[in-house]
Design a protein around this ligand. Structure first.
Ligand code: ATP
Length: 513
């Protein structure tokens, strides 16, 4: 555990030291759970967003984009259910005065049981070798059966109590499981209360005529209210999708995990409109497609898993998370939800306007069903960044810090380095930079010994360092050094563009899906 905490601390400090992420308004001691993306962070974030956008919009003829406003008519949030039901159950520890989400305390407890079961399974796998039958072991080993059935029982009871609004039972469950405050070890808890996560604001100048608004807590509703506009003007035929990236705001109760849980964050969402009755087929399709998208980045298939929801949100008839192995364990990275016709029907009812699709094949109108994929851009950033950050011991015993970012996402694709600051080498290096910058984000660096410059670029995640030396003057070749292998090769300046393109092109990465 200590090691995991250290890793997480490294992630936070590396993100700051190398100009990826700063606390918001830091000169005033920051604002809790709000962060700013710095010169390198903004590039990495943009590249993740582009990678998502290309795979979802550009590569799907039947998916189009949208950029709806953050401020929406307040009735939107009554219709969507957010005014009444966008709550988290909170609980305070009376001794430590720390506040927690009651459901997260219980889920963490259940996850510990799951980890115990997984450990037993791994031990048995080693013991039995090739003869190991995992399914049989899971269903017959008494310890594993006990851990897993207890886990399921706990989650099912929590889901039932939350659904029924029985917060007393949620507290009782915490007491029965003897869950202690992770900070102080105390079991002295307050009652569980519901807390609405939406940020309120006002529209209008004078206090009495001002209209109460909310900052949107999800981008999805901007898509629903525009559904018919887009369908008609884009002549879209079902099934089709509308994709959007943008800011969302939630007044989170507990926000202690850097950019994992923020109060202002960015979502990348796609709502896929389908024929009623076909939603399960599309739900499965998008689960698979989205998992493959994550895997295409090469961070290791073992770092992802599905978590099917026991407790469904008020709008869903099926829901699963893609969880990622963050430095603090497996947690939600993306949600895939079958939202039924809940949202469109609710907007029809509250607005009095029809939001129906005319199906020419069936010759009838209906309200489509919706399958949603929703991934947090900042969480994606954290997933990629934390897995990429590695300390390596080299053959000569020295160490290096390297950010093994998928090169398609790296903020800077190549750094051009003159070996020395004289003999005309900087001029050639700058010429190369001027040429490459039409196609890639590149940097020029002439300060310090070349070895130190390599290390600096390793820590920034730059896939290539291109070094200009005296031989360059004679034969127009340079050395190109690969970040991960540290291998260097001599290549013609004229070939640089192709070499870089081959490694960083979205096409080559998405083809791995
Ligand atoms: P959680 O259970 O972690 O609170 P959620 O289930 O409420 O998340 P959704 O409403 O499904 O999240 O939102 C979709 C995605 O938006 C999430 O998978 C996550 O990646 C991202 N997200 C949600 N809340 C936050 C937040 N406070 N900070 C950063 N990203 C977030």
């Amino acid at each position: 555990m200590a090691k995991q905490e250290d890793l997480f601390k490294n992630v936070v400090s590396h993100a700051k030291e190398y100009g990826f992420i700063f606390p918001s308004s830091e000169i005033y001691d920051g604002l809790s759970a709000v962060y700013d993306y710095a010169q390198n962070g903004v590039e990495l974030k943009k590249n993740i967003r582009d990678y998502w956008w290309k795979s979802m919009v550009q590569m799907h003829e039947n998916i189009v984009g949208l950029d709806a406003a953050i401020l929406m008519h307040p009735t939107t949030w009554k219709a969507s259910g957010h005014v009444d039901a966008f709550n988290d159950p909170l609980i305070d520890n009376k001794d430590s005065k720390k506040r927690y989400r009651a459901d997260v305390l219980i889920e963490d407890y259940a996850e510990k049981l799951n980890i115990k079961a997984q450990k037993e399974i791994e031990k048995a796998r080693v013991r039995f070798g090739d003869a190991f039958n995992e399914q049989e072991f899971i269903s017959t080993n008494p310890r594993v059966v006990e851990y897993l059935s207890k886990k399921n029982e706990i989650l099912a009871r929590m889901a039932k109590s939350l659904d029924a609004g029985d917060l007393d039972d949620v507290k009782l469950l915490i007491e029965e499981l003897e869950i202690a405050c992770p900070d102080s070890g105390s079991k002295n808890w307050t009652e569980v209360r519901q807390f609405n996560l939406m940020f309120g604001t006002k529209l209008g100048a004078s206090a009495d005529s001002a209209m109460d608004l909310y900052l949107r807590p999800e981008t999805a509703q901007g898509i629903f209210v525009n559904f018919l506009n887009v369908q008609k003007t884009g002549r879209m035929k079902i099934p089709f999708g509308i994709a959007q990236t943008g800011k969302a705001f939630r007044n989170e109760i507990v926000a202690r995990q850097f950019i994992f849980r923020m109060r202002e964050f960015e979502q990348m969402e796609m709502q896929f409109f389908v024929k009623p009755g076909e939603e399960m087929k599309w739900y499965e399709y998008w689960k698979t497609t989205r998992l493959n998208w994550h895997k295409s980045l090469g961070l290791g298939a073992e770092n992802y898993r599905f978590h099917d929801h026991e407790k469904l949100a008020h709008y869903a008839n099926a829901a699963a998370d893609i969880e990622f192995n963050f430095p603090f364990g497996f947690k939600e990275l993306e949600g895939i939800h079958s939202r039924t016709d809940f949202d469109l029907k609710a907007h029809e009812q509250f607005s009095g306007k029809k939001l129906q699709y005319f199906d020419t094949e069936e010759n009838k109108n209906y309200v489509p069903y919706v399958v949603e994929t929703s991934v947090g851009l900042d969480r994606m950033f954290l997933a990629v960044f934390s897995k990429a950050l590695q300390e390596e011991t080299l053959e000569d015993g020295s160490t290096r810090t390297v950010l093994r970012l998928p090169s398609v996402l790296a903020p800077t694709k190549a750094a051009i380095l003159p070996l020395v600051k004289k003999d005309g080498l900087p001029e050639i290096a700058k010429e190369i930079m001027e040429d490459l910058k039409w196609d890639f984000n590149v940097a020029y660096d002439e300060k310090d010994a070349v070895g130190r410059r390599y290390r600096r670029q390793d820590a920034l995640g730059t896939p290539f360092c291109i070094t200009v030396d005296h031989q360059t003057i004679e034969d127009k070749t340079v050395t190109i050094r690969h970040r991960d292998s540290m291998q260097q090769e001599r290549v013609a300046i004229a070939d640089l563009k192709n070499i870089i393109e081959n490694e960083v092109s979205v096409r080559n990465w998405l083809m791995k899906m």
